[in-house]
Design a protein around this ligand. Structure first.
Ligand code: SAH
Length: 361
């Protein structure tokens, strides 16, 4: 017990305060004591619930989108279908089930999962036995790709920089006199250079977040799309325009909690900076759709009709269940607006569905 606290204390005693990014990386992904190595994460008796766990309709719409992109690419005979951070594998299982009738698609695809947690790899194997697992995008074979990531980027470590009385500091984690973890301001690391130009001179005290890990993965995806062709769909909670603010948060048993009190026992996330992902893709010469709200995206893909078809001839109870899921996924005060959807595709294909045409969203 308390192995994670002991590990972090040892690390801090050896190296001094650790950046919030290192703290987040350890808490979530430590190979023995990290949060994602635990068994009870998703669902009602876990800590949080994600869109694919709410309803199969989510994966069905994503399946439609992916099959549409495969066709827009000219239906290549081989395609790497990649999911980043698949959780319990539910999304991919629903994607595969809902695209079975798309002629030639299943013969062409190979499923690749980017996942570090051994515990979740085992769960994913039950849901999608045919998948191949990777710890990095680099080991996924060459060739055109379809990439999907739901609630993956919010789990990637962020650095926080604090502008205080005219000086930039890094927010780091250290030990207090009682050996408890506490936040401390330290000299900024070189990652300060990733703060966008318009946020470098705050008028007063302010906090800014950057995620080098997210930028690195987006760059790798962009390279793949440019070299081999393909499409990527990124869904997460986040913001369209980078600004000052602290979005570092911890959740346990469906409630917010202090991110420093139970390391490895709570989910720690930060809101995703979609502006930086979008800019990376655009700078790489790729086509971008969104970010747009998850509600608008799903409804445009036909979620409403799918829900109606699902409940045809079903009981009142099943009716209520399907429409309550639809509401959760799409309502502005639930997941419909805070969750953003970004598509990135190579330039040789017609624009992706799900995004309003004409206003860039
Ligand atoms: N996409 C799933 C799970 C979201 S939780 C869903 O929607 O239900 C985040 C997922 O990302 C988990 O599977 C976690 O183990 C994985 N993950 C987090 N950080 C990662 C990293 N650095 N590399 C690979 N996978 C990571």
């Amino acid at each position: 017990m308390r192995e994670m606290e002991a590990y972090l204390a040892q690390r801090i005693r050896t190296t001094g305060p650790i950046t919030l990014a290192d703290y987040m990386g350890d808490c979530l992904m430590h190979p023995d004591h990290g949060y994602y190595q635990q068994e009870r994460i998703f669902g009602a008796d876990g800590d949080f619930i994600t869109a694919p766990e709410i309803s199969q309709m989510f994966g069905e719409m994503i399946g439609l989108w992916l099959a549409n992109r495969w066709q827009a690419m000219g239906a290549p005979t081989r395609i790497n279908l990649i999911e980043l951070g698949p959780g319990r594998g539910t999304l991919m299982a629903d994607v595969l089930a809902s695209t079975r009738s798309v002629a030639g698609f299943h013969d062409a695809l190979t499923v690749h999962f980017l996942e570090l947690s051994e515990q979740l790899r085992a769960e994913q194997k039950k849901a999608v036995p045919s998948a191949t697992w990777h710890s990095s995008l680099a080991t996924i074979p060459n060739g055109p790709v379809l990439v999907v990531a739901n609630e993956f980027f919010d789990a990637l470590p962020i650095h926080q920089f604090e502008f205080k009385d005219g000086i930039w500091f890094e927010r780091s984690v250290t030990l207090d006199g009682d050996e408890n973890l506490k936040m401390v301001l330290t000299e900024p690391s070189a990652k300060l250079a990733l703060v966008p130009e318009h946020l470098r001179k705050p008028k007063g005290n302010a906090v800014v977040e950057v995620s080098p890990a997210s930028i690195g993965i987006m760059r790798d995806i962009g390279d793949r799309l440019n070299n081999d062709g393909g499409a990527a769909l990124i869904i997460d909670y986040g913001y369209d325009h980078a600004n000052f603010g602290d979005s570092f948060q911890a959740v346990k048993d469906h409630r917010y909690c202090d991110a420093l009190t139970a390391p490895g026992k709570a989910d720690i996330t930060a809101h995703v900076n979609f502006e930086s992902l979008k800019r990376m893709a655009m700078d790489a010469g790729l086509q971008v759709g969104g970010p747009t709200g998850q509600g608008q995206f799903l409804m445009q893909l036909g979620l409403g009709s799918r829900a109606s078809a699902l409940v045809k001839g079903k009981s009142e109870e099943q009716h209520a269940e399907v429409f309550s899921a639809l509401k959760r996924l799409t309502a502005p005060d639930e997941m419909g607006t805070l969750f953003r959807v970004l598509s990135v595709t190579d330039i040789d294909q017609e624009p992706a569905p799900g995004f309003l045409v004409g206003n860039g969203s």
